[in-house]
Design a protein around this ligand. Structure first.
Ligand code: FAD
Length: 316
Protein backbone atom coordinates (compact mmCIF):
# COMPACT_ATOMS: atom_id res chain seq x y z
CA UNK A 1 0.00 0.00 0.00
CA UNK A 2 1.30 3.40 -0.95
CA UNK A 3 2.56 5.53 1.94
CA UNK A 4 1.32 8.78 0.42
CA UNK A 5 -1.88 8.86 -1.66
CA UNK A 6 -3.09 12.09 -3.22
CA UNK A 7 -6.17 10.88 -5.06
CA UNK A 8 -9.09 8.69 -4.17
CA UNK A 9 -11.36 6.54 -6.31
CA UNK A 10 -8.59 4.77 -8.16
CA UNK A 11 -8.75 1.26 -9.58
CA UNK A 12 -6.87 -0.09 -6.59
CA UNK A 13 -9.66 1.12 -4.32
CA UNK A 14 -12.33 -0.70 -6.37
CA UNK A 15 -11.73 -4.44 -6.78
CA UNK A 16 -14.83 -4.69 -9.04
CA UNK A 17 -13.49 -2.21 -11.56
CA UNK A 18 -13.46 -3.34 -15.21
CA UNK A 19 -10.08 -1.60 -15.50
CA UNK A 20 -7.20 -3.76 -14.32
CA UNK A 21 -4.87 -0.96 -13.23
CA UNK A 22 -4.79 2.82 -13.41
CA UNK A 23 -1.41 2.84 -15.08
CA UNK A 24 0.85 0.29 -16.67
CA UNK A 25 4.55 1.10 -16.78
CA UNK A 26 6.41 -0.83 -19.47
CA UNK A 27 10.03 -1.34 -18.51
CA UNK A 28 11.66 -1.92 -15.15
CA UNK A 29 14.91 -0.09 -15.75
CA UNK A 30 16.03 3.25 -14.44
CA UNK A 31 13.26 5.46 -15.89
CA UNK A 32 10.43 2.95 -15.42
CA UNK A 33 11.15 2.29 -11.74
CA UNK A 34 11.54 5.97 -11.02
CA UNK A 35 8.22 6.69 -12.74
CA UNK A 36 6.47 3.87 -10.87
CA UNK A 37 7.67 5.28 -7.55
CA UNK A 38 6.14 8.69 -8.26
CA UNK A 39 2.91 7.28 -9.71
CA UNK A 40 2.37 5.04 -6.69
CA UNK A 41 2.99 7.88 -4.29
CA UNK A 42 0.43 9.94 -6.17
CA UNK A 43 -1.99 7.09 -5.48
CA UNK A 44 -2.51 5.39 -8.83
CA UNK A 45 -2.67 1.62 -8.92
CA UNK A 46 0.56 0.98 -10.81
CA UNK A 47 1.71 -2.21 -12.54
CA UNK A 48 5.24 -2.45 -13.94
CA UNK A 49 5.88 -5.08 -16.62
CA UNK A 50 9.54 -5.68 -17.38
CA UNK A 51 11.26 -8.41 -19.31
CA UNK A 52 14.89 -8.40 -20.33
CA UNK A 53 17.88 -6.50 -19.11
CA UNK A 54 18.26 -2.82 -18.34
CA UNK A 55 21.04 -1.09 -20.27
CA UNK A 56 22.69 -0.23 -16.97
CA UNK A 57 23.60 -3.92 -16.68
CA UNK A 58 26.28 -3.25 -19.29
CA UNK A 59 27.99 -0.80 -16.95
CA UNK A 60 30.68 -2.42 -14.77
CA UNK A 61 30.27 -0.02 -11.83
CA UNK A 62 27.90 2.96 -11.63
CA UNK A 63 29.94 5.90 -10.36
CA UNK A 64 28.10 9.04 -11.47
CA UNK A 65 24.68 8.61 -9.83
CA UNK A 66 24.17 11.07 -6.98
CA UNK A 67 23.96 9.46 -3.56
CA UNK A 68 26.51 6.68 -3.99
CA UNK A 69 29.85 8.29 -2.98
CA UNK A 70 32.04 5.40 -4.12
CA UNK A 71 29.63 4.07 -6.73
CA UNK A 72 27.32 1.07 -6.71
CA UNK A 73 27.01 -2.09 -8.73
CA UNK A 74 24.27 -1.84 -11.38
CA UNK A 75 22.57 -4.97 -9.96
CA UNK A 76 22.44 -3.48 -6.44
CA UNK A 77 21.23 -0.16 -7.86
CA UNK A 78 18.34 -1.80 -9.75
CA UNK A 79 17.41 -3.97 -6.77
CA UNK A 80 17.19 -0.82 -4.64
CA UNK A 81 15.04 0.83 -7.31
CA UNK A 82 12.69 -2.15 -7.51
CA UNK A 83 12.37 -2.21 -3.74
CA UNK A 84 11.56 1.49 -3.61
CA UNK A 85 8.87 1.23 -6.30
CA UNK A 86 7.23 -1.74 -4.55
CA UNK A 87 7.59 -0.13 -1.11
CA UNK A 88 5.59 2.81 -2.45
CA UNK A 89 2.88 0.47 -3.72
CA UNK A 90 3.73 -0.57 -7.29
CA UNK A 91 3.54 -4.18 -8.46
CA UNK A 92 6.43 -5.42 -10.61
CA UNK A 93 5.99 -8.48 -12.86
CA UNK A 94 8.31 -10.10 -15.35
CA UNK A 95 6.32 -10.03 -18.59
CA UNK A 96 7.13 -8.99 -22.14
CA UNK A 97 4.82 -6.32 -23.54
CA UNK A 98 4.00 -6.99 -27.18
CA UNK A 99 1.27 -4.52 -28.10
CA UNK A 100 -0.20 -1.28 -26.83
CA UNK A 101 -3.48 -0.07 -28.41
CA UNK A 102 -6.03 2.55 -27.43
CA UNK A 103 -9.54 1.49 -26.35
CA UNK A 104 -12.72 3.23 -25.35
CA UNK A 105 -13.12 2.20 -21.75
CA UNK A 106 -16.89 2.37 -22.12
CA UNK A 107 -16.59 -0.78 -24.25
CA UNK A 108 -15.03 -2.46 -21.25
CA UNK A 109 -17.97 -1.68 -19.04
CA UNK A 110 -16.56 1.51 -17.59
CA UNK A 111 -18.96 4.43 -17.57
CA UNK A 112 -16.64 7.13 -16.48
CA UNK A 113 -13.26 6.26 -17.92
CA UNK A 114 -12.04 4.78 -14.68
CA UNK A 115 -13.57 4.59 -11.26
CA UNK A 116 -12.68 8.11 -10.41
CA UNK A 117 -15.12 10.48 -8.88
CA UNK A 118 -15.44 12.98 -10.47
CA UNK A 119 -15.05 11.24 -13.84
CA UNK A 120 -11.79 11.25 -15.74
CA UNK A 121 -11.34 10.68 -19.47
CA UNK A 122 -12.97 7.66 -21.18
CA UNK A 123 -9.85 6.85 -23.14
CA UNK A 124 -7.71 3.92 -22.10
CA UNK A 125 -5.36 1.23 -23.38
CA UNK A 126 -5.36 -2.50 -23.98
CA UNK A 127 -1.87 -3.83 -23.35
CA UNK A 128 -0.98 -7.32 -24.56
CA UNK A 129 1.86 -9.13 -22.84
CA UNK A 130 3.14 -12.66 -23.27
CA UNK A 131 0.95 -13.56 -20.26
CA UNK A 132 -2.35 -11.90 -21.20
CA UNK A 133 -4.14 -8.58 -21.69
CA UNK A 134 -4.47 -5.65 -19.32
CA UNK A 135 -6.97 -2.80 -19.68
CA UNK A 136 -5.61 0.36 -18.13
CA UNK A 137 -6.28 4.09 -18.07
CA UNK A 138 -2.71 5.18 -18.78
CA UNK A 139 0.52 3.71 -20.17
CA UNK A 140 3.98 4.99 -19.36
CA UNK A 141 6.62 3.34 -21.53
CA UNK A 142 10.31 3.26 -20.57
CA UNK A 143 11.75 0.48 -22.70
CA UNK A 144 15.01 2.09 -23.88
CA UNK A 145 15.35 0.48 -27.32
CA UNK A 146 12.03 -1.27 -27.89
CA UNK A 147 9.22 0.65 -29.60
CA UNK A 148 7.70 -2.26 -31.54
CA UNK A 149 4.75 -2.49 -29.17
CA UNK A 150 3.50 0.89 -30.42
CA UNK A 151 2.74 -0.37 -33.93
CA UNK A 152 -1.08 0.05 -33.48
CA UNK A 153 -0.43 3.71 -32.60
CA UNK A 154 2.07 4.56 -35.30
CA UNK A 155 -0.26 6.95 -37.17
CA UNK A 156 -0.60 9.12 -34.07
CA UNK A 157 2.67 8.69 -32.24
CA UNK A 158 5.42 11.09 -33.26
CA UNK A 159 8.80 9.41 -33.21
CA UNK A 160 12.28 10.82 -33.48
CA UNK A 161 14.35 9.24 -36.25
CA UNK A 162 17.64 9.97 -34.52
CA UNK A 163 16.85 9.49 -30.84
CA UNK A 164 14.12 7.04 -30.29
CA UNK A 165 10.72 5.51 -30.27
CA UNK A 166 8.81 8.51 -28.94
CA UNK A 167 9.00 12.26 -29.15
CA UNK A 168 8.00 13.70 -25.82
CA UNK A 169 7.41 16.97 -24.08
CA UNK A 170 7.97 16.54 -20.34
CA UNK A 171 7.23 12.84 -20.91
CA UNK A 172 3.94 13.42 -22.75
CA UNK A 173 3.70 11.78 -26.18
CA UNK A 174 1.39 12.84 -29.00
CA UNK A 175 -1.13 10.15 -27.92
CA UNK A 176 -3.37 11.25 -25.05
CA UNK A 177 -2.79 9.08 -22.00
CA UNK A 178 0.47 7.63 -23.33
CA UNK A 179 3.67 8.82 -21.67
CA UNK A 180 7.27 7.81 -22.37
CA UNK A 181 10.46 8.21 -20.42
CA UNK A 182 14.17 7.57 -20.54
CA UNK A 183 16.27 6.39 -23.42
CA UNK A 184 13.37 5.70 -25.73
CA UNK A 185 12.58 9.43 -25.96
CA UNK A 186 14.24 12.44 -27.52
CA UNK A 187 14.34 14.34 -24.20
CA UNK A 188 17.24 12.71 -22.37
CA UNK A 189 20.93 11.94 -22.61
CA UNK A 190 22.94 8.85 -21.73
CA UNK A 191 23.34 9.03 -17.97
CA UNK A 192 21.18 6.98 -15.60
CA UNK A 193 20.49 9.89 -13.25
CA UNK A 194 19.07 11.90 -16.14
CA UNK A 195 16.81 9.02 -17.14
CA UNK A 196 15.65 8.52 -13.56
CA UNK A 197 14.81 12.22 -13.51
CA UNK A 198 12.96 11.90 -16.79
CA UNK A 199 10.94 8.98 -15.41
CA UNK A 200 9.97 11.20 -12.49
CA UNK A 201 9.13 14.05 -14.88
CA UNK A 202 6.93 11.88 -17.09
CA UNK A 203 5.14 10.46 -14.03
CA UNK A 204 4.57 13.96 -12.70
CA UNK A 205 3.12 15.02 -16.07
CA UNK A 206 0.77 12.03 -15.94
CA UNK A 207 -0.30 12.77 -12.36
CA UNK A 208 -0.86 16.44 -13.16
CA UNK A 209 -2.92 15.55 -16.24
CA UNK A 210 -4.93 13.11 -14.13
CA UNK A 211 -5.73 15.84 -11.61
CA UNK A 212 -6.67 18.24 -14.41
CA UNK A 213 -9.00 15.61 -15.90
CA UNK A 214 -10.62 14.93 -12.52
CA UNK A 215 -11.17 18.61 -11.80
CA UNK A 216 -10.19 21.35 -14.25
CA UNK A 217 -7.03 22.45 -16.08
CA UNK A 218 -4.46 23.92 -13.71
CA UNK A 219 -5.30 21.96 -10.55
CA UNK A 220 -2.47 19.53 -11.35
CA UNK A 221 0.11 22.32 -11.17
CA UNK A 222 -0.21 22.12 -7.39
CA UNK A 223 1.13 18.60 -7.06
CA UNK A 224 4.28 18.70 -4.94
CA UNK A 225 4.79 15.27 -3.31
CA UNK A 226 7.00 16.46 -0.50
CA UNK A 227 7.19 15.50 3.15
CA UNK A 228 7.72 18.40 5.57
CA UNK A 229 8.02 19.04 9.31
CA UNK A 230 4.76 19.57 11.16
CA UNK A 231 5.39 23.26 11.87
CA UNK A 232 5.87 24.11 8.19
CA UNK A 233 2.21 25.18 7.84
CA UNK A 234 0.33 26.55 10.86
CA UNK A 235 -2.98 24.87 9.90
CA UNK A 236 -4.80 27.25 12.26
CA UNK A 237 -7.86 29.36 11.43
CA UNK A 238 -5.78 32.10 9.83
CA UNK A 239 -3.81 29.63 7.69
CA UNK A 240 -7.03 27.88 6.62
CA UNK A 241 -8.62 31.18 5.62
CA UNK A 242 -5.53 32.40 3.74
CA UNK A 243 -5.11 29.07 1.97
CA UNK A 244 -8.74 28.97 0.89
CA UNK A 245 -8.49 32.56 -0.29
CA UNK A 246 -5.38 31.73 -2.36
CA UNK A 247 -7.08 28.64 -3.78
CA UNK A 248 -10.22 30.50 -4.84
CA UNK A 249 -8.17 33.29 -6.40
CA UNK A 250 -5.31 31.37 -8.05
CA UNK A 251 -6.58 27.85 -8.68
CA UNK A 252 -10.32 28.31 -9.24
CA UNK A 253 -9.91 31.73 -10.86
CA UNK A 254 -12.25 31.96 -13.86
CA UNK A 255 -12.95 28.22 -14.06
CA UNK A 256 -16.64 27.42 -14.40
CA UNK A 257 -17.09 24.42 -12.13
CA UNK A 258 -19.75 23.35 -9.67
CA UNK A 259 -19.30 23.74 -5.93
CA UNK A 260 -18.85 20.01 -5.26
CA UNK A 261 -15.97 19.82 -7.74
CA UNK A 262 -14.35 22.90 -6.21
CA UNK A 263 -14.58 21.36 -2.73
CA UNK A 264 -13.16 18.02 -3.90
CA UNK A 265 -10.26 19.77 -5.64
CA UNK A 266 -9.60 21.91 -2.57
CA UNK A 267 -9.38 18.80 -0.40
CA UNK A 268 -6.72 17.35 -2.72
CA UNK A 269 -4.68 20.55 -2.97
CA UNK A 270 -4.88 21.26 0.76
CA UNK A 271 -3.83 17.74 1.61
CA UNK A 272 -0.81 18.06 -0.71
CA UNK A 273 0.51 20.45 1.91
CA UNK A 274 -0.79 19.19 5.23
CA UNK A 275 -1.22 15.42 4.84
CA UNK A 276 2.50 14.75 4.67
CA UNK A 277 3.60 16.81 7.66
CA UNK A 278 5.48 14.69 10.17
CA UNK A 279 7.10 15.48 13.53
CA UNK A 280 10.79 15.16 14.34
CA UNK A 281 10.25 11.80 16.05
CA UNK A 282 8.52 10.37 12.97
CA UNK A 283 11.25 11.79 10.73
CA UNK A 284 13.90 10.07 12.90
CA UNK A 285 11.96 6.79 12.76
CA UNK A 286 11.72 7.00 8.97
CA UNK A 287 15.44 7.70 8.81
CA UNK A 288 16.17 4.55 10.84
CA UNK A 289 13.77 2.49 8.74
CA UNK A 290 15.40 3.88 5.60
CA UNK A 291 18.86 2.91 6.84
CA UNK A 292 17.69 -0.64 7.57
CA UNK A 293 16.27 -0.93 4.06
CA UNK A 294 19.66 0.12 2.71
CA UNK A 295 21.41 -2.46 4.88
CA UNK A 296 19.24 -5.18 3.35
CA UNK A 297 21.20 -4.48 0.18
CA UNK A 298 24.68 -4.50 1.72
CA UNK A 299 26.54 -7.81 1.70
CA UNK A 300 26.89 -9.42 5.13
CA UNK A 301 30.67 -9.75 4.85
CA UNK A 302 30.96 -6.02 4.11
CA UNK A 303 28.89 -5.19 7.21
CA UNK A 304 31.09 -7.54 9.28
CA UNK A 305 34.30 -6.01 7.91
CA UNK A 306 32.98 -2.53 8.62
CA UNK A 307 32.02 -3.38 12.22
CA UNK A 308 35.39 -5.05 12.75
CA UNK A 309 37.10 -1.85 11.60
CA UNK A 310 38.90 -3.62 8.75
CA UNK A 311 40.73 -1.44 6.26
CA UNK A 312 38.62 -0.09 3.41
CA UNK A 313 39.34 -1.69 0.04
CA UNK A 314 41.41 0.41 -2.35
CA UNK A 315 39.31 2.91 -4.29
CA UNK A 316 37.04 3.98 -1.40
C1 FAD B 1 27.77 0.02 -21.90
C2 FAD B 1 26.93 1.00 -21.07
C3 FAD B 1 27.49 1.58 -19.95
C4 FAD B 1 26.77 2.53 -19.23
N1 FAD B 1 27.35 3.10 -18.16
C5 FAD B 1 26.71 4.08 -17.49
C6 FAD B 1 27.33 4.74 -16.40
O1 FAD B 1 28.45 4.42 -16.01
N2 FAD B 1 26.64 5.74 -15.79
C7 FAD B 1 25.40 6.12 -16.18
O2 FAD B 1 24.84 7.04 -15.60
N3 FAD B 1 24.78 5.51 -17.21
C8 FAD B 1 25.41 4.51 -17.87
N4 FAD B 1 24.78 3.89 -18.93
C9 FAD B 1 23.48 4.41 -19.37
C10 FAD B 1 22.29 3.82 -18.58
O3 FAD B 1 22.31 2.43 -18.72
C11 FAD B 1 20.99 4.41 -19.14
O4 FAD B 1 21.01 5.81 -18.97
C12 FAD B 1 19.75 3.88 -18.45
O5 FAD B 1 19.77 2.49 -18.27
C13 FAD B 1 18.52 4.24 -19.29
O6 FAD B 1 17.38 3.99 -18.53
P1 FAD B 1 16.01 3.52 -19.23
O7 FAD B 1 15.07 3.24 -18.13
O8 FAD B 1 15.64 4.45 -20.29
O9 FAD B 1 16.38 2.14 -19.96
P2 FAD B 1 16.78 0.77 -19.29
O10 FAD B 1 17.44 0.99 -17.98
O11 FAD B 1 17.55 0.00 -20.32
O12 FAD B 1 15.42 0.03 -19.01
C14 FAD B 1 14.63 -0.49 -20.05
C15 FAD B 1 13.74 -1.56 -19.46
O13 FAD B 1 12.71 -1.92 -20.37
C16 FAD B 1 12.56 -3.32 -20.39
N5 FAD B 1 11.89 -3.67 -21.66
C17 FAD B 1 12.28 -3.36 -22.92
N6 FAD B 1 11.34 -3.78 -23.80
C18 FAD B 1 10.34 -4.35 -23.06
C19 FAD B 1 9.10 -4.95 -23.38
N7 FAD B 1 8.66 -5.05 -24.66
N8 FAD B 1 8.32 -5.45 -22.38
C20 FAD B 1 8.72 -5.35 -21.09
N9 FAD B 1 9.90 -4.79 -20.72
C21 FAD B 1 10.69 -4.29 -21.70
C22 FAD B 1 14.00 -3.80 -20.22
O14 FAD B 1 14.05 -5.12 -19.84
C23 FAD B 1 14.47 -2.85 -19.12
O15 FAD B 1 14.03 -3.30 -17.86
C24 FAD B 1 25.46 2.89 -19.63
C25 FAD B 1 24.88 2.26 -20.74
C26 FAD B 1 25.61 1.33 -21.46
C27 FAD B 1 24.97 0.68 -22.65
Amino acid sequence: MARTDTVEGTVGADPDSAVDHDVLVVGGGVAGLSAATFLSRYGLDTLVLARGKSAIGQCAHLENYLGFPAGVSPERFLALGREQATFEGATVREELVERVATVDLAEHGVDDGGTSDPPASRGGFAVDSDEGQYVVRYVLAATAYDGDMFEPLEDRLDTDAEYGAAETEHGRTTVTGLYAAGWMTDETVHQAVVNAGHGARAATSLARDDLDARFWPGVGDNLVDWVVYEDRYAVDDEWEADTRDWFDREVVGDATVDDATVEAAYDVVRSEYVARMIDAEEAAERDRAGQRRLLDHVDDDVIREYLDGDDEPAGC
